[in-house]
Design a protein around this ligand. Structure first.
Ligand code: 5AD
Ligand code: SF4
Length: 451
């Protein structure tokens, strides 16, 4: 459809175009998709929940491990069928895979029309405009300043109680295994006023829990405001608004931050602190910038200042040159910390990272698989122990929704980020309720409303 202006210019009327966004990877990617949604809605797109009738499909991608990329390539093959039915369908690849592979991806995946890296989303409407006669469009420029601070994200599944706010972008820690510094560029923090305004707006719209996001969230700083100060400002918005944050790097976990968390009831008592390995030798190869003992020292500080805090972690097994001895050190630090929860991975070499360039990926697939199994078994045991300790305790639970297993039960989380299921048909998402824990599995607490 076209309209004619007084100057006889032909301007396409951009209405009724439907955009479907599919997101892979970390929470930061999900938050980015909301920014993309907002940019595209301003350009006249309606965001739809299904790919079938969309005019444009964006896949926001992840490169963290090889299997993440393989999954996305498989999905692109499925979209090929939709494109056969509707040749004018536009397919865009956004995010980390777009940034890592750049024009290679256009050559390898013929159905892709648009490539946009994580700092190029403002350019998406423009990129779509340039697609004509089978041409392709790409912007993979990284920025040292882009934080999308002024963009109010569109909630892609509205009506929730929990939302993410990106407070910084990029990472320059250069852990040797990690692709993120290459796909997301230099670290930069977002203006705190825009963060606080976004949090306040979310609260006014019924959200009751926000998670502040950054690849290295506790190294946030804006002029002389550091992460602890920002957290305090957000916590003061309303005591009914819960604050979480992820992901923290052990090197930036100061006592000051822990004391700030202790001072506010609504700053959740749960810290995600990736350890990656329990062996100082491996940590050095990983360029993690702490030793086993330094990590343990931070755990002791958490236990001292925040005795009720749960601690979760990320672990990589089978990193370059990892011996049985190193692996045992990982198992023993898991036990020493008694992690409440863990994300556990086999090392996956990523092209062009420091490790790919200077170390040998020399642990066999079988050994990686066996070590991962042992790590998972250890964590299952630790999670169950941790949950058993909660039996008989009361928690304030923020209701999130109806339990998947039973229509007569609701589920929510306590401050410690544990899921609690309890019988109720009257409470609504967003309500707070006191629950006493009666039973548990390794994954869930089961309770009763405290009357
Ligand atoms: N291989 C396996 N796991 C990785 N991670 C990051 N890079 C890799 C890789 N190359 C894990 C780390 C990180 C989490 C987000 O993903 O544990 O903390
Ligand atoms: Fe994946 Fe890392 Fe990119 Fe997130 S930042 S999408 S985890 S590669």
């Amino acid at each position: 459809m076209v309209i004619f202006s007084g100057f006889n210019l032909i301007i396409p009327l951009k209405t009724n175009r439907k955009l479907y966004i599919e997101t892979y990877g970390c929470q930061m990617n999900f938050s980015d998709s909301e920014i993309v949604g907002s940019i595209m809605a301003t350009d006249g797109f309606t965001i739809v929940g299904q790919p079938n009738n969309a005019d444009v499909i964006f896949v926001n991608t992840c490169s963290i491990r090889e299997n993440a990329e393989q999954r996305i390539r498989k999905r692109l093959k499925e979209f090929q069928l939709l494109k056969k039915k509707n040749p004018s369908l536009v397919i865009g690849v956004l995010g980390c895979m777009a940034e890592r592979l750049k024009s290679q991806l256009l050559e390898q995946e013929q159905i892709v029309d648009v490539i946009a890296g994580p700092d190029a989303y403002r350019d998406l409407p423009q990129l779509l405009n340039t697609l004509e006669n089978g041409q392709k469009a790409m912007n993979v420029m990284l920025s040292t300043e882009e934080t999308y601070a002024d963009i109010s994200p569109v909630k892609l599944n509205p009506g929730g109680v929990s939302a993410f706010i990106s407070i910084m972008r990029g990472c320059q820690n250069f852990c040797s295994y990690c692709v993120v510094p290459y796909t997301r560029g230099k670290e930069r923090s977002r203006n705190p006023n825009t963060i606080i305004n976004e949090a306040r707006e979310l609260f006014d719209n019924g959200y009751r829990e926000i998670t502040l996001l950054g690849q290295n969230v506790n190294s946030y700083h804006w002029e002389n405001l550091y992460f602890a100060g920002l957290l305090e400002n957000v916590a003061q918005i309303d005591p009914r608004l819960r604050i979480r944050f992820t992901t923290s790097h052990p090197k930036n976990l100061s006592d000051e931050l822990l004391y700030t968390i202790a001072r506010y009831e609504n700053i959740c008592k749960s810290i995600h602190l990736p350890v990656q390995s329990g062996s100082t030798r491996i940590l050095k190869h990983m360029n993690r910038k702490y030793t086993r003992e330094e990590y343990m020292n931070r755990i002791e500080a958490i236990r001292r200042i925040l005795p009720d805090c749960t601690i979760s972690t990320d672990i990589i097994c089978g990193f370059c040159s990892e011996t049985e001895e190193d692996h045992k050190e990982t198992l023993s630090i898991m036990q020493w910390v008694a992690f409440d929860y863990a994300f556990m991975f086999k090392y996956s070499e990523r092209p062009d990272t420091l490790a790919a360039r200077s170390l040998q990926d020399d642990v066999s697939e079988e050994i990686k698989a066996r070590r991962l199994e042992e790590i998972i078994a250890m964590q299952r045991h630790l999670s169950l122990q941790s949950n058993k300790k909660d039996i008989g305790k009361n928690f304030s639970v923020l209701v999130e929704g109806t339990s998947k297993r039973s229509a007569t039960h609701l589920f929510g989380r306590n401050s410690q980020n544990k899921v609690i299921v309890f019988p109720s048909e009257t409470l609504k998402p967003g309500n707070y309720i006191n629950v006493i824990v009666a039973d548990c599995t390794a994954a869930t607490l089961k309770g009763e409303i405290l009357t």
